[in-house]
Design a protein around this ligand. Structure first.
Ligand code: 13P
Ligand code: SF4
Length: 335
């Protein structure tokens, strides 16, 4: 992360918490005092999801960050998500409990090589997955998430070839779905690459009535086995609407927390990794955020996401295009 400054990393790392504190009560008090909204992704630990004001996928969270009237946004997710919140809501203070909460897709796509990639393909439109840095967003034509990518691709001129970065699996899935010619950046999510086709097939044999729901960041061999492919929110909607009672979930398993809350009578099996176990599919970046770090960031008003205004404005352009081109996608029903 070159240009985005998150002050306070060294000063905060040694901070101790009084063990007698009721952290839940303190977080509640600070949230009110600071006029803060807590936004969480489905891959966060269940206890963090439960104390968030709103839990969602990347598109839902971007919209929430753009629309909130709170003064402070606390992002229980990873850095690129908190950056998006700052890009769309510059007047707000945006806090990320752990600055080390990165993403393997962001890491795979640095701005300089990405700029070269663009220069080598001057006729192409750069359609970029939201899992990237603000700098890479600023070099892109339009941003997409896994829930709106197909809708957005279908609106782009058919005669323009597309560069898709940084997730090659999502890119390959979208090229197949839309029939578009797409040149893919060779990045991937370390979590979704852990699933084993062989172990998944074994699990399906053990549970023949179970439907498989998979995230499009999974490799093609996993998607081939799926009854439903979609974003985290779409997977959640699918299992809740389906009359089936058993599901195998091929994405980060913390999303099962929401499934079990909303459909306690249904059974959810996390898709297995290479050794038949499931723990390898937990996102180590999302796991950086903890209850203690959430408390400390509310106390300190840091770590805080900041970025130069020229970078923010450049990244806002393709992000705003995304929001405008996907107004009909994944709209949440009124409560
Ligand atoms: P969505 O929640 O948009 O499906 O994204 C998944 C993801 O990998 C977030 O890092
Ligand atoms: Fe990045 Fe994968 Fe973690 Fe999502 S699950 S934040 S894509 S490493």
């Amino acid at each position: 992360m070159d240009t985005v400054v998150l002050p306070g990393r060294d000063a905060l790392s040694e901070q101790r918490i009084d063990p007698s504190l009721d952290l839940y009560a303190e977080i509640e008090r600070l949230r009110r005092e600071r006029n803060a909204v807590i936004l969480a992704h489905y891959y966060q630990d269940g206890e963090l999801q439960d104390l968030a004001d709103f839990v969602g996928d990347s598109l839902d969270l971007s919209r929430k960050a753009a629309g909130t009237d709170a003064e402070v946004i606390v992002f229980l997710g990873v850095r690129f998500m908190a950056e998006v919140a700052k890009i769309v809501s510059p007047q707000k203070t945006v806090l990320l409990p752990d600055v080390e909460a990165g993403c393997s897709l962001e890491d795979s796509c640095r701005p300089e090589p990405f700029a070269r990639f663009r220069r080598e393909h001057p006729d192409h439109l750069a359609v970029t997955y939201i899992n990237c840095s603000a700098e890479v967003k600023a070099l892109s034509d339009v941003i997409v998430t896994s829930s709106n990518a197909e809708t957005i691709l279908n609106q782009l001129p058919k005669d323009r070839p597309v560069l898709f970065a940084p997730d090659r699996h999502l890119g390959a899935y979208l090229a197949k779905k839309t029939g578009r010619e797409m040149t893919l950046w060779p990045g991937s999510c370390i979590v979704h690459e852990q699933f084993s086709e062989r172990e998944l097939v074994k699990l399906k044999v053990q549970h023949p009535k179970a439907l498989v729901a998979a995230h499009p960041e999974c490799p093609e061999m996993i998607l081939r086995e799926a009854d439903h492919v979609g974003s985290t929110r779409s997977i959640l909607d699918f299992v809740l609407a389906s009359p089936a009672q058993e599901f195998i979930i091929a994405t980060e398993p913390h999303i099962i927390h929401q499934m079990e809350k909303a459909a306690p009578a249904k059974t959810f099996f996390p898709a297995p990794g290479m050794d038949g176990a499931c723990d390898c599919a937990r996102c180590p970046f999302m796991a950086k955020n903890t209850l203690e770090k959430l408390y400390l960031c509310l106390v300190n008003g840091a770590p805080r996401v900041e970025m130069p205004e020229d970078l923010r404005l450049a990244a806002l352009k393709p992000l705003q295009r995304m929001l405008d081109m996907s107004v009909s996608v994944n709209v949440r029903p009124a409560p």
